[in-house]
Design a protein around this ligand. Structure first.
Ligand SMILES: O=C(O)CCC(=O)C(=O)O
Length: 282
């Protein structure tokens, strides 16, 4: 395993469009002290700002959810809970019973003070339009090996996240589930006892530890999996690419088409839910 070295810096994103930087691979950037303070202060307000607001929270029997088409059809179990209650469950020791994870809460739907420093960071990094998602996880929670269609910036706010990254050009033996499946961007691999994917022998993995005030750039299509320390808070920015909308549309058409073959009602309900989805938070 190799640690991620910064192969691009804040100054690079100012010289060229930040999307260009991703072609050089992942990079870990340190924010200025001023931005760190703003992030910390805004994060400190989350508990009071969201206190009674119902938020979706995911829960799984294993700390790191592994989608398996034959078992869970790619779905996390998810319920709505008042934020304070959801956070208490995230923090509760999962010695027995499910692990809870506030995973991918769209910031645009839950306007909180955190959105301000996040926008500031995006402007400092010269990003294109983006969608921003909040993650709050407890000890050993995380996300199983997957890739995204967008370049991502993972902003560490509290605690530490360990992120394992694999270059898709050197990922022999790592295959996603079928293209028409809900799990289509997850690796079809078994898990180790720590919940992370059991990688084929010889897979070269980069490891990044993302702490408060650090930003990890994850290039589109790079495989990545995440494990959180005791309470880790982060915001991920999914950066739009010029052809992003077309790509996402093609991807969704494939998925919805498959759903419609099985059940017209489920396909219609999915489309209805998608119409609700925020277009952009930038
Ligand atoms: O923080 C996590 O658990 C997952 C984040 C992630 O995979 C992403 O931002 O693409």
């Amino acid at each position: 395993m190799l640690t991620v070295q910064s192969c691009w810096t804040l100054a690079d994103t100012q010289r060229s469009h930040s999307l260009d930087c991703f072609s050089r691979g992942p990079s870990l950037i340190e924010l200025s002290d001023e931005l760190k303070v703003q992030l910390r202060e805004a994060a400190g307000l989350i508990r009071s700002e969201l206190a009674d607001t119902p938020v979706p929270v995911e829960y799984t029997l294993k700390p790191i959810f592994q989608p398996r088409p034959n078992v869970n059809r790619g779905h996390y179990s998810r319920r709505m809970l008042p934020f304070a209650e959801a956070l208490a469950k995230v923090l509760a020791s999962p010695a027995r019973g499910p692990t809870y994870y506030i995973s991918g809460l769209p910031l645009s739907r839950f306007p909180i003070s955190l959105a301000k420093p996040v926008s500031l960071i995006a402007s400092v990094l010269h990003t294109p339009p983006f969608e921003s998602f909040l993650f709050i996880g407890g000890l050993n929670s995380g996300s199983f090996l997957h890739y995204d269609l967008t370049h991502n910036l993972m902003i560490g706010i509290e605690g530490e996240k360990e992120v394992h990254l694999i270059d898709p050009r050197r990922a022999n033996g790592i295959k996603p589930y079928s293209a028409v499946h809900q799990c289509r961007r997850y690796a079809a691999l078994p898990r180790n006892h720590d919940g992370l994917a059991r990688l084929p022998e010889g897979t070269k993995t980069l490891v990044a530890r993302v702490g408060p005030g650090q930003v990890l750039g994850i290039p589109a299509h790079w495989w990545h999996q995440v494990r959180n320390s005791d309470l880790a808070i982060s915001v991920s920015l999914a950066l739009h690419r010029p052809w992003y909308d077309r790509l996402v549309w093609a991807d969704l058409r494939c998925y919805i088409g498959d759903l419609a073959n099985k059940s017209k009602l489920v396909a219609e309900n999915t489309i209805r839910k998608m119409q609700d989805y925020p277009k952009s938070s930038s």
